[in-house]
Ligand binder design. Structure first.
Ligand SMILES: [Zn+2]
Ligand SMILES: [Zn+2]
Length: 384
């Protein structure tokens, strides 16, 4: 074994050359591919007789993974030529060369997989499981997307809130919430009623935002070209900072501007007593109020490039979050603005406007920290 280790250690500096060379080579291939591709556009003769065949698919709706290889034969050969040229410049193993060629092929297929394909796929997944095909297939695309969001939104709202209520008010009775402050059935039904009235309108927002994404108006993308872990992380953080900042001010505006409060946000603040708040209050907003508070997610898409799946997941997470901060179970994990904070918001009206974290309230001086660990109980004592 020791001998094997010795041989391996001796080989290591040379092995490490491999990725170095391969990176060098990738750069070469990248470099010549760029100029081949640019030449195919710039030299009018070449464009007209070769490359135009591939650019027939110039609309979002016409691109599909199958477009990846849909080029004039000579065009395809020219664009793959850098792989052969590179072979003459850099010494390379045959298998590596074959693999890179294969990867190149996979890549061309991948970059033509447009957003339109993905959203169609989501529509099919949700709608085909919930409705008979003849009900939704003839609908225009925009309505299909809306219907998908609407049905998924309702399912999510009822299933998650029911399960959560069952758990905290029945299975774990008296553990999280004292028995005598369990919200009344009447309060919960009222919240469902408000949420149901608003749901068709809320779901217009993701529908419109998907339409804008499909049209290419936002910075949202669907492929993995130029994917970079570091940048991806930075962009998600930036996206969340934008969401935190704008949500804080939208929410604060909804309180400070008396007109908006009276006509929009007051609907949500009817549940201002401890024992009226329940997971069902999470979606109980005036429709326009809910849309305004989710708008930061759409704004962020115009500023930061994030992947379509990231955007959709973050929107979904927002839904879960909204439901969970109304259950009055305070997790107390710094710097998360948990239910304890939001319960205070519902009882004092002038603190804790933030979304996920306490930072915005801390920065702008509206933070009010829940008193004890089991603040659900304490707050109640204070309010009474
Ligand atoms: Zn509020
Ligand atoms: Zn609330």
């Amino acid at each position: 074994m020791i001998q094997q280790i010795r041989v391996a250690v001796k080989g290591m500096p040379l092995y490490a050359l491999f990725p170095t060379v391969s990176e060098y080579m990738i750069e070469r291939v990248e470099f010549s591919m760029y100029w081949f591709h640019k030449g195919l556009h710039d030299v009018k003769f070449l464009y007209k007789h070769l490359h135009a065949t591939h650019h027939v698919y110039n609309k979002q709706k016409t691109l599909s993974p199958f477009a990846g290889f849909a080029s004039h034969p000579l065009d395809g050969i020219l664009q793959a030529a850098p792989h052969v040229i590179a072979l003459f410049i850099v010494p390379f193993h045959l298998i590596t060369h074959m693999s890179l060629l294969f990867l190149g092929g996979l890549w061309t297929t991948c970059i033509h997989d447009c957003i339109h394909e993905q959203t169609t796929f989501y529509n099919q997944i949700v709608l085909s499981h919930l409705l008979p095909a003849n009900l939704w297939e003839p609908l225009p695309r925009f309505l299909q997307t809306w219907l998908r969001s609407y049905l998924a939104g309702n399912l999510f709202y009822f299933i998650s809130a029911f399960l959560w209520c069952f758990y905290i008010y029945y299975l774990k009775i008296n553990v999280y919430i004292p028995k005598d402050s369990i919200p009344t059935q009447k309060a919960m039904i009222m919240q469902m009623h408000v949420a149901m009235k608003a749901m068709p309108w809320y779901t217009l927002l993701p529908t419109v935002s998907e339409y804008m994404i499909e049209r290419g108006w936002t910075k949202c993308y669907s492929t993995l070209d130029q994917f970079n872990w570091f940048l991806c992380f930075v962009y998600i953080v930036l996206y969340l900072v934008i969401v935190e900042f704008s949500m804080y001010w939208v929410h604060k505006g909804l309180h400070d501007i008396k007109f908006l409060y009276k006509h929009l946000h007051a609907t949500h603040h009817m549940y201002n007593k401890q024992n009226t708040l329940s997971p069902f209050a999470g979606f109980a907003f005036h429709p326009l109020d809910g849309i305004l508070q989710a708008l930061p997610h759409v704004i962020a898409m115009f500023i930061v490039p994030v992947h379509l799946i990231t955007h959709l997941s973050l929107m979904f997470l927002e839904g879960i979050w909204t439901a969970s901060i109304h259950d009055r179970i305070h997790g107390n994990i710094w710097p998360i603005m948990g239910a304890g904070y939001h319960t205070i918001h519902h009882t004092t009206y002038k603190h804790n406007y933030g979304n996920y974290t306490i930072w915005m309230d801390w920065m702008f001086g509206t933070l009010e920290v829940p008193v004890a660990e089991d603040d659900g109980f304490d707050q109640k004592a204070k309010c009474d």
